[in-house]
Design a binder for this molecule. Sequence first.
Ligand SMILES: Cc1cc2nc3c(=O)[nH]c(=O)nc-3n(C[C@H](O)[C@H](O)[C@H](O)COP(=O)(O)OP(=O)(O)OC[C@H]3O[C@@H](n4cnc5c(N)ncnc54)[C@H](O)[C@@H]3O)c2cc1C
Length: 483
Amino acid sequence: MADTLIVGGGTAGCVLAERLSADPAHTVRLLEAGRLWASRDAMPAELLDAASLPIGPEASWLWRYEVVLADDPPVQATIVRGRVIGGSGAINGGYFVRATVADFDAWSRVLGGSDAWSFDSVLPLYCRVERDLDFGAQPWHGDRGPIPVLRSSDPAPVSAMFTEACLASGFAEVPDLNAPDSGEGVGVVPCNCDQGRRIGPSIGYLLPALGRPNLTVAGETSVTRVRFEGTRAVGVDYVRDGESGTEWADRIVLCAGAIESAALLLRSGIGDPAQLRSLGIPVVHAAPVGSWLSDHPEVGISYLLRLAEPPTVPLETVLEVDDVEIRPYAVSFTPGVHRLGVTLMRPQSSGTLRLRSADPDAAPFIDYRYLTAEPDRARLRDAVATAGGLLRRMNARPVDPIPRPADLDAWLRANLATSQHLSGTCRMGRENDAAAVVDEQCRVHGVTGLSVVDLSVVPVPLGRGPQATTMMIAEKAAAQLRS
Ligand SMILES: Cc1cc2nc3c(=O)[nH]c(=O)nc-3n(C[C@H](O)[C@H](O)[C@H](O)COP(=O)(O)OP(=O)(O)OC[C@H]3O[C@@H](n4cnc5c(N)ncnc54)[C@H](O)[C@@H]3O)c2cc1C
């Protein structure tokens, strides 16, 4: 009987736990740092409401990190992740769009042309995740997966005006952003919600499986490090209710997300040897953990427009041009002030994640290094000009006027934010790839019995938001671990 210990019951962890434990020949234990509820009805209403992001200052289900978005002088920000069953998938915007054919071509190039992560090989896994309520009958969609996917049929006035402005500017209309050949243009966002409820990975996958005798799930249990015998991972140390403990396992899978999976590897001795030694951490294996952090920089344009704001998902429609996504948020973050997000989806600049200390309670240092590469700044300048044109067509007035192109760099920094789509901290690649931490089956190079299955393994920036892809990665890893 195979025995798997999963660390982190977030987006990937919920999918993996359900899929692995569907086979009675596997015992699965899942340790999650945040709270666990046994049923959807027991969950707080804020976590179910698809029309709001439950990430306010009072929210008790978050990890919060102080980060540096750009340097010279530093642009600082606070980012969050879900610390709750379902992880970031329990608190996110519900945008459920697949990565593109071009993304998987780039991913396959990193793997030396292997087709393990080609678009054709992952398409059936995307289909397995979803129950597409609009296009389920199409051959590139699923109609029976655990996650319902739906597009708004009655868009809010701001979304409708934005679409009109895009079409009037000559952009194409994209009927299905999840079609393999979706192309560029404006389209309605597929969302993982149903009847106004966010259907994330815990509701869709994990909770229905909780009664299985071969699945054990513990909430409020924070794993502090992985234990090794030589280079074999044999267990994890954890803290629960202030008490320390150890769980032993045949196989350990980290699903703690792009920040905490990397931090766990580093605290356990897998990372840059000089950095680890400087913190007093014994080195198990040298690896570039945290060296290639990627995310989607977003420049926010606040604008004024008097419109009704019916309750809806935060983002109903997007415009995709080249590798830029323009997002007319349908909910106001400040009353009466709307926001247009201008987002670079395949930035060249990448950042780093490092430990400050070996203490598991010390948050790692995250330096995004956004806007370091001139091509990133150039593409954002062009994209902001495009967004400004769309706002003029909508008769909307930016609160902070968009300056002339020559003065735009300072304005970009002043309005810089992030999409909170961190990836790449434990990159996938071949054994001889100096940037690689895991192999194409998500197994950590240089050790045995340890894998990472979450967004940290993605080796290229993705042209779309990541949650659908995170679930797909976990579906693929589950199939590999079951075989
Ligand atoms: C506010 C917000 C909005 C977003 N909106 C969207 C969106 O609309 N569309 C989209 O595509 N993407 C969105 N994203 C990104 C997307 O949700 C994440 O990229 C994705 O969910 C990551 O999945 P994951 O499995 O890698 O990590 P997570 O889902 O974050 O899961 C990690 C889990 O591990 C647990 N954990 C961490 N450390 C430990 C430990 N030491 N011991 C035990 N457990 C631990 C955490 O508590 C968490 O449950 C958003 C993200 C945020 C933060």
